[in-house]
Ligand binder design. Sequence first.
Ligand code: FAD
Length: 485
Amino acid sequence: MKVLGMKHKDAPDTALLHDLRKALGVQHVLTDTQAQAKYLTDWRGLCHGRALAVVLPGSTEEVAAVVSACSRAGAPIVPQGGNTGQVAGATPDHTGEAVVLVLSRMQRVRSLDVENATITVEAGCVLQHVQEAAHAAGLLFPLSLGAEGSCTIGGNLATNAGGTQVLRYGNARELALGLEVVLASGETWDGLRGLRKNNTGYDLRDLMIGSEGTLGVITAATLRLFPLPKAQCTALVAVASIGLTGAFLSRCRAGFDASLTAFELMSGACLQLVAQAFPQQRMPFTSIDAPWYVLLELSDSESASHARERFESLLGEALEDGQIIDVAIAQTLAQSKAMWHARESITLALALDGKCIKHDISLSVSAIPAFVQSTDTSLQAEFPGVRNFTFGHLGDGNLHYNVAHALGTTDADLLARQPALSGLVHDAVHALRGSISAEQGIGRQRTNDLQRYKDPVELRMMTAIKQALDPMGLMNPGVMLSPSS
Ligand code: FAD
């Protein structure tokens, strides 16, 4: 079945550009190569594309006008938010036919309903601004990730982003109650409702969330808010082996229940890399010599002293039992921030180290220790000297299993071996009934993996949905489903 865009031979690019300029104003239709440049490369600088135009609509009506014009001209549309995605889903292909539709001008908070505990924002709102707007009203928007100063709500929903608070609050899907979406037809679906219950047929909202711009353009969302915790405790804990992290997580879940808001795993190698890349950062331990670390956060709804008592008592017991070997509890907000900063700097430290091969995998929490041990060993046997930088949201069973070049070799040596290396990792994940994309999506970079590992029945259902909602195949072609699916 083909889902390729079909370019209408009688629709010259000039007519489309004319329509776009008429709808948005000349200044919001970028055709100059220099002005377009930052929108045509992915965050990691691995993937580069070309575009007929980069457009910056300022309202839902303007998005609908762009989509309608592209539909008439048969031009592909690539939605883009903050361009922080890890799988190049917001980068156009090389043909130069696409229109990149950037939502950064759509930043309005449309409403905040304290009683309903919801906020309605436009898709181009930067995640951090949504957190700040909620906080100003005495509420919490809990989605939190390293790119929160740049990524947008539209991108978060289109990728069903995860981040560090999924353990307690769920991923982006769980946080969205309603959506407004411009469909491939140019129609606007107004599903912006703050309802927690609505059983009136297929869940179209859930279909759009995680669709990576392949079914429509998200223009606004109504999001759930939560009470702000009264107190939070943060600790960095050293663990002697990955085998012990599962039991420690079970202890924390049993002891803290819903108050456990983060349980982030980092290998010692990751923290050493951060210390090396950013020597100005204060590390909680004077030497980083344990093989594994866990960044732990407790959010308490009673008081600071209640939080502290629970935290110290559980960590003390875990130390006594030998489940953990060292612990640094943040005494101040600044120390807590420094711990989080170290965790969130891993991605940047890796980027400075070179172009590592990334795997964003999901497994049952109980399967993780055996997976890491056996896959690390197999990698060394097949690709001697490669360096593992494994970290992730252990509480969600999500690992960022990153592999960097062996010392003395180059990025190019490593990248040449990517298919075999990633095949080894993903085969091991598949054998354990895990997922090859936990939170980052498929984008342009994992389409072959999706074809290889996704159940054929699931793939046929996905292709049927794509055909039904985007029959001309104009919404982000080449992303998620390969054109020949
Ligand atoms: P973009 O990168 O612009 O786009 C991503 C995809 O969504 C593309 O396919 C694009 O076409 C589509 N899209 C964007 N906006 C819309 C829209 N309005 N309508 C329809 N489709 C749209 N991700 C996590 O899940 N968890 C993490 O912990 C995490 N940590 C990160 C840390 C760092 C330092 C960095 C750089 C990235 C991290 N990411 C993480 C990845 C990234 O931040 C998320 O995928 C984020 O949700 C992307 O948002 P964005 O606005 O940048 O989207």
